[in-house]
Design a protein around this ligand. Sequence first.
Ligand code: ZN
Ligand code: ZN
Length: 355
Amino acid sequence: MPAMQAIRLFAPGDMRIVEMPRPQPGPHEVLCRVARVGMCGTDYAIYTGEASFVKSGDVRFPLTLGHEWSALVEETGEGVTRFGPGDRVIGDTGVACGHCNECLLGRYPRCDRAQAVGTVNAWDGAYAEYILMPERHLFPLPPPVSLDNGAMVEPAATALYAVQKAGVQIGDTVLVQGSGPIGILAAKLAKLSGASIVFITGRKEIKLRRALDFGIDAAINTTRESVSGVLRQRVPGGKVDRLIEASGSVELFNESLDLVQPGGAMSVVAFYDRPAEGFDIDRFVFSDITLVAVPGSLGMYPPILSLMAAGLLDASFLITERAPLFAAPDILPRLKENAEGRIKVMLEGAEKPGE
Ligand SMILES: [Zn+2]
Ligand SMILES: [Zn+2]
């Protein structure tokens, strides 16, 4: 049986490169040679064990991380019709059971027996030479979309779901809290959705500058400016129509409730290491805003791939560092150290199938 190298997480803090059997594609399955994997804050939170879903026992060890990836088809199982060797592909973040009523209706994200790729109840992710995926969860990369951008589709799709659930419309004023990849991508996608002005907040000048270079209208450095002060000067009523909370900070989540116009909306697209103590329910009720949850990228791959193929979204602009795939065990433990300008670290695997 052929083997492969994989980076396995055996417990929080215990990540090792091991040799394990290379998965064999069964019927309707595709074996993919990993080309790119984006390192994600979620990977870090699972590695350290600080994620609430690690503490709750929803992450089973050992697992292979990696849910932001692009790959080259290596081998197809019986009955696969849409892909052949060498095709460039990306995959869903969930692998559904394929048999329940929701699956039979094609509503895979609602399958309650789904496994999440590289996270909760994991289907083994892309921190490995190969990843196995059912054909139904794969998307072809259109020719103009690079492998780098392919690995950025998942965070971009998650950001787009946040923009759409916040109901961003032409002319809206928008504030995005947080200048990580999801925050910057959400701000860009709000702009592409027709927002009149998009603000982004953060604490690192170098990341905010990159956000401005990416086409965001205004950056607020919260280490020296007050968000409400800036909004009072720049938008009617001192509040925005739509707010996207992508910072993962309980304090910013609470403050954000006061920054949205009555009738506006706030979407939450982050994970928090603790419950929102201090959440003032009465103040929320009086605010007359809509609060919506964004757990992932549901159904948003096709519009992101269209934007990328049309040249309207180059998410690879947010890649600030590159490293070989198997350097992940050295990099992940230090992902938050010296992270002044770090936005997305891209791991590089194979460029060609069978390489
Ligand atoms: Zn991610
Ligand atoms: Zn199912």
